[in-house]
Design a protein around this ligand. Structure first.
Ligand code: ADP
Ligand code: AMP
Length: 216
């Protein structure tokens, strides 16, 4: 099962990806996670990416495409993969199509988590992430049992530096200008399926998982 999750920042892609990869036993490939890991390790790519991520801007396509090209060639992707946060531009979608072709694979479905912009600020500013295992929480909508502590691994929760009101505005503008056109791109290729991401977390998971079971 080769799947793409699309949707604006805060739509719930990462939250749903955690659940779906565990059910379908496929790797979760998040370009945002890859950039944060490279930034915290201080690699040359991480240092370059930081200049964009910290401003809420998209990282240039050549850097981002290179990460995905390398990752999809790994043997664990042979049983399928879930792309979260990639592609985000038409040039990235074209590159992805070329990458999967060259690997003899194909994208089977693009799931758009549809959430109105009015929900996103509260979701993003209340997001907390585990420093150790990367699990995602929300201070109101999905709180951990003990404040600031991960339920799964007891790791410390932190707030992303780009989850501030100021950066969220830029990130949503980037989404509208550069990423939203991909909905039409995948609609034309008959790959797009829409899920209402405004429902509670469990209901969204149920809908995605039954959609994917229908395709398996
Ligand atoms: P994305 O990966 O699309 O940017 P996340 O999965 O990180 O979004 O979700 C953003 C925030 O919203 C997180 O704090 C998460 O706990 C919360 N969240 C995710 N899905 C829902 C939902 N269906 N209802 C309410 N809050 C949600
Ligand atoms: P995310 O974790 O998906 O919210 O991504 C966090 C940040 O990483 C984004 O605001 C961008 O700066 C960068 N990023 C992640 N994925 C991409 C991508 N496909 N193209 C360009 N930049 C990206």
């Amino acid at each position: 099962m080769n799947v793409i999750f699309m949707g604006p920042p805060g739509a719930g892609k990462g939250t749903q990806a955690e659940k779906i990869v565990s059910e379908f036993q496929i790797p979760h490939i998040s370009t945002g996670d890859a950039f944060r890991a490279a930034m915290s390790q201080g690699t040359p790519m991480g240092i370059e990416a930081k200049g964009y991520v910290d401003k809420g801007l998209l990282v240039p396509d050549e850097i981002t495409n290179g990460i995905v090209r390398e990752r999809l060639a790994q043997p664990d992707c042979d049983k399928g993969f879930l792309l979260d946060g990639f592609p985000r531009t038409v040039a990235q979608a074209d590159a992805l199509s070329e990458i999967v072709d060259s690997l003899g694979k194909k994208i089977e479905v693009v799931i758009n988590l549809a959430v109105d912009r009015s929900y996103l600020l509260a979701r993003l500013t209340g997001r907390r992430i585990c420093k150790s295992c990367g699990s995602t929480y929300h201070v109101i909508f999905n709180p951990p049992q003990q404040e600031g502590v991960c339920d799964k691994c007891s790791g410390e929760l932190y707030q992303r530096s780009d989850d501030t009101e100021e950066k969220v505005g830029t990130r949503l503008d980037e989404y509208i200008n550069k990423t939203a056109p991909l909905l039409d791109y995948y609609q034309k290729r008959e790959l797009l399926r829409e899920v209402n991401g405004e429902q509670d977390i469990h209901a969204v998971t149920e809908q995605i998982s039954s959609l994917l079971r229908g395709l398996a």
